[in-house]
Design a protein around this ligand. Structure first.
Ligand SMILES: Nc1nc2c(ncn2[C@@H]2O[C@H](COP(=O)(O)OP(=O)(O)OP(=O)(O)O)[C@@H](O)[C@H]2O)c(=O)[nH]1
Length: 681
């Protein structure tokens, strides 16, 4: 588990950053533009619908005015036709002259026919004084009401039928319009017909002809002015009271359309009706009468449709605008999403590369929280420690995994790094969980992450260096073996001259420090040239190997070094040996070679075997002064030279012997003897 995936900082180019505030501003401007457009549209539509409603109301009003006028005209025409009926007038005259039952019955039937076929509510035959003579049931009694009497007088005066105002009378239980049609025969007027039209069935339905029956507040009213009052001739919408009883004072409701109509206003009128409701009205006068017809509608109801339509269109407009804005926002958001997805994919790809690189390099990383004592680990770090992926490691787990030899030093290094906030660079061994084999790991860690994270956090890498360590050990082994090889004489398997020089330098130092003696034996095979010449070089090599083995076997103490000095010459370094001890070793070795009994037929000795001569020297290095500058040797070489001088002396003295160095030996050397100051040997 990568501990805390590093947050990816989105670095947007300048253009995108500018687009970041330009786009919302653009959307805001677009929204304002759309709102302004919506307002204009709404105002225009409201005006349009208002005009339609006003026109419709005016049309309805005109239609009703024409209906009422034509109805009245038609009825007057019918009365006029009856007035011109000479047969009827003659029958009335004859019945008045001689009222036989037959004549009466004919007239009664005629009246009944008028009621039945002409839809009059009542029909009477009256005399010229207004007394009722006959009705559809037979002989009638009583006389004309006041208004009809006046109408009769006017009809007789003008010689034509007359209509009365819309009125009510105790004789009838309904409002009515009366027609008075005078009857004439050759001699003159003989009477008149009084024809009664029920306003409820003949007139009022004409006022109720409204298109769109659903309209509840629409109403048309017939009215006329009477002095300072408006007299309602038709019932109001909500009131079933007789129209004659409803009057409205002109001064009490000046704003009411009916009042304004009574005062002469025509056409479209806005105002409040007598109940205080805001109304829209259209007023017109019925030709040939004093009647006014006012069509009225509740303004709220009328414009509710406008508002509804307006709101509907506004809602549609706003919805479309929102849809447009939403689409733009979605496109913008999609672009942002796509960009973010691109960033994420790039980060994930880089994380995969990082993981792959970690696996390839066996490097994991971790964050250590010193306060929680917890390591948050990457997948590779968990793999190295043998932990499940995506898990954390406690400090205790880590300590338990440390190898016993490394535990204490590592805990100290860890504690020191935490206390001093110092970088940590360590290599140690762990025993991973799950029984995995021992591993070497290298940990490099720093405090903080360079970005202001708490100083109690340590961020670092852990690398599995097991293979590297094994390779290093192997290399070390090879190197040691090689170095040993370099210091071994291939023929005799003894140390070579190089090894002797190094060893002698070390032992010289040690002897100097320890104030101990250091001895050297120089051993040379006697007359070996003759041996080679006699037995050949191969045999000579075998001889040297045998001598070497004998010297090695009998050299004695640990720390002694037997080396092949060169050719048929050997050297034995004896740390701690004084002259006597060194001489004893020399003799023992010389005898050991003799004991080999190697045939040397060409030798000058009596025994005819291989022998060696030994030069012996022992010094106390701490007592030796440094050789003078320019003498061409160091202090250790003094020992070598002395042993060599003793060897020469042994050769001169007949070979097959051990010779202890003494000043007399120096004369044996060809090269000038080394100057030794203050020597006491
Ligand atoms: N076979 C063989 N011969 C060697 C080797 N190294 C040196 N020699 C021979 O050893 C001989 C040494 O001869 P010299 O130095 O003259 O001395 P010597 O014959 O031993 O006589 P003295 O030392 O005086 O007793 C030479 O002939 C060398 O060739 C070697 O590794 N193998």
């Amino acid at each position: 588990m990568p501990p805390s995936r590093p947050p990816v900082r989105r670095r947007l180019p300048g253009g995108l950053l500018r687009a970041g505030w330009l786009a919302p501003l653009g959307l805001l401007l677009l929204a304002l533009l759309l709102a302004w457009g919506a307002r204009l549209l709404y105002a225009e539509r409201e005006q349009h619908y208002r005009h339609i409603i006003e026109s419709s109301l005016a049309a309805i009003n005109q239609l009703q005015v024409r209906s009422v006028a034509s109805w009245r005209q038609r009825r007057l025409g019918e009365a006029e036709a009856l007035s011109s009926d000479a047969v009827l007038a003659r029958a009335v005259a004859l019945w008045q002259q001689q009222p036989t039952p037959v004549r009466q019955e004919r007239l009664r039937e005629r009246l009944a026919g008028l009621v039945e076929h002409m839809q009059y509510a009542a029909a009477y035959l009256v005399d010229l004084e207004g007394r009722l003579l006959l009705d559809p049931q037979g002989v009638a009694g009583g006389s004309l009401p006041q208004a009809e009497r006046a109408a009769l007088e006017q009809a007789l005066a003008l010689g034509q039928a007359q209509a009365t105002e819309l009125q009510q009378h105790a004789r009838f239980a309904f409002p009515y319009v009366a027609l008075v049609a005078p009857l004439y025969d050759e001699s003159g007027p003989v009477g008149a017909l009084w024809l009664v039209l029920d306003a409820r069935v003949a007139l009022y339905p004409l006022l109720q002809a409204w298109p769109g029956g659903s309209r509840t507040s629409a109403a048309s009213m017939l009215l006329r002015r009477q002095g300072d009052e408006v007299l309602f001739l038709s019932p109001l919408r909500q009131q079933a009271v007789p129209p004659a009883s409803l009057r409205l004072n002109l001064w009490r409701s000046p704003d009411a359309p009916v009042v304004r109509a009574a005062q002469g206003a025509r056409g479209t009128l806005y105002g409040h009706n007598h109940q205080g409701t805001a109304v829209l009205a259209s007023a017109g006068a019925v030709p040939g009468t004093s009647w006014l017809l006012v069509s009225e509608i509740d303004a709220a109801e009328a414009f509710a449709e406008i508002r509804y339509g307006g709101w509907l269109s506004l809602t549609l407009y706003v919805s479309l605008s929102m849809l447009l804005l939403g689409t733009l926002a979605t496109l913008w958001q999609r672009r942002a999403w796509r960009r973010e997805r691109g960033f994420k994919e790039r980060v994930q790809e880089q994380m995969r590369w990082l993981e792959a690189a970690q696996r390839a390099a066996s490097v994991g990383y971790f964050v250590y929280d010193a306060e929680r004592k917890l390591f948050t680990m990457s997948d590779m770090a968990n793999t190295i420690f043998g932990l499940p992926l995506e898990s954390d490691m406690t400090l205790r787990q880590w300590i338990e995994m440390l190898d016993g030899q490394d535990r204490e030093p590592m805990l100290q290094a860890h504690a020191r790094a935490i206390a001093e906030h110092r970088p940590l660079r360590v290599q140690y061994r762990i025993h991973p969980q799950g029984g995995l084999p021992l591993r070497w790991v290298e940990v490099r860690a720093e405090f903080g992450d360079g970005k202001g994270s708490p100083r109690s956090r340590m961020t670092g890498t852990v690398q599995d260096i097991t293979e590297r360590r094994q390779a290093e050990l192997q290399l070390e082994h090879y190197r040691a073996a090689l170095e040993a090889q370099v210091r071994i004489d291939p023929l005799t398997r003894l140390a070579n001259r190089m090894a002797l020089d190094e060893h002698m330098a070390q032992e010289w130092e040690r002897a100097q420090r320890g104030a101990a003696p250091l001895a050297l034996l120089m051993i040379d095979v006697d007359r070996f040239k003759a041996y080679n010449d006699h037995y050949g070089h191969v045999a000579g090599d075998r001889c040297l190997q045998s001598v070497a083995r004998a010297l090695a076997l009998d050299s004695g103490r640990a720390g002694d070094l037997v080396a092949r000095y060169g050719g048929e010459e050997f050297a034995v370094l004896l740390p701690g040996a004084d002259e006597a001890q060194a001489l004893a070793v020399a003799e023992r070795l010389r005898l050991a070679v003799r004991a080999l009994g190697l045939e040397h037929a060409a030798g000058a000795g009596e025994d005819g075997i291989v022998t060696v001569s030994v030069g012996v020297a022992s010094v106390l290095p701490h007592q030796l002064a440094q050789p003078p500058a320019g003498a061409g040797m160091d202090a250790a070489q003094v020992l070598l030279r002395r042993a060599d001088a003793a060897l020469y002396r042994a050769k001169r003295c007949g070979r097959d012997q051990s010779m202890l160095y003494g000043p007399h030996c120096d004369n044996e050397l060809h090269a000038p003897a080394g100057q030794v100051d203050g020597e006491n040997v």
